[in-house]
Write a protein of this length. Structure first.
Ligand code: G3P
Ligand code: MG
Length: 248
């Protein structure tokens, strides 16, 4: 069995401002195999790395991400919660992250936070991000995920070579068959709904299982025992230590 990958959730966000280059560099220092990021699109069509659709919680500014240009977003400080250790942190672009991933040969989970417009259509973030991943020749190192399974199915139709995953909170009835129906490569369940049989059934169908957000030592151990393919955690150093002690 392959070792479970350890992925920093929004970077090493237990120790550094989430979704910033500081959190990503720290995840690398802590020997993570890669990290998970969340993306949105700006007013001028740039893809930026931020969890919420507003900048209120994570920066010193306020407003909706799609109402700002990239240059405007870059003027705010995104160090919320870590002001003393990280006096300044900027909002990264997806391009900046892809460069880092390429340089360090990492694994990247891009979670799409797409927004439905008033025409009933999504904003095209999924396809725009996939185009960039292709451009950077990182198809083999990237997996996309979303709670919007329609967005993942649509992405797969346009880019069959891109890996996709379905995020979910609850147990799925015949999850592996559901994943297959959306042509997804993986399920991304909340860790508490994962057990060994779910992972085994998924693996038999050729579907990977990557659990989030696993922060307690006992839960990390349980996920490794269940045989998950990746553990998404705010504390990659803890994940790495436990994984190495169990699967070395
Ligand atoms: O991708 C795993 C996890 O990040 C999903 O939830 O809200 O933290 O983006 P959220
Ligand atoms: Mg996320």
């Amino acid at each position: 069995m392959e070792k479970a990958k350890i992925l920093g959730h929004r970077g090493a966000s237990g120790y550094a401002p989430e979704n910033t280059m500081e959190a990503f560099r720290l995840a690398i220092q802590q020997q993570a195999d890669g990290f998970e990021i969340d993306i949105h699109i700006t007013k001028d069509g740039e893809i930026v790395v931020i969890h919420d659709d507003t900048i209120d919680r994570t920066s010193n500014g306020s407003g909706n991400v799609p109402d700002f240009t990239l240059a405007e977003l870059k003027q705010f400080n995104y160090n919320a919660g870590f002001e003393h250790m990280f006096p300044v942190a900027e909002i990264p672009t997806l391009k900046q992250v892809l460069e880092l991933v390429k340089t360090h040969n990492l694994y990247l989970n891009i979670e799409i936070k797409d927004i439905m417009t008033n025409t009933g259509k999504y904003d095209g973030l999924n396809l725009a991000a996939a185009r960039l991943v292709e451009e950077y020749e990182l198809v083999d190192q990237v997996i996309f995920s979303s709670f919007n399974h329609n967005s993942m199915a649509e992405l797969k139709e346009s880019y069959p070579e891109i890996k996709t995953a379905l995020l979910h909170f609850s147990k799925l009835y015949k999850g592996e068959a559901y994943a297959k129906s959306a042509k997804a490569d993986a399920l991304h369940p909340l860790f508490s709904v994962v057990d060994k049989s779910i992972v085994e059934q998924a693996h038999q169908a050729g579907i990977q299982v990557n659990a989030w957000t696993v922060n307690q030592e006992a839960d990390i151990e349980r996920m490794i025992e269940a045989g998950v393919d990746a553990i998404i955690t705010d504390y990659p150093d803890v994940g790495y230590r436990i994984r190495e002690s169990r699967q070395s």
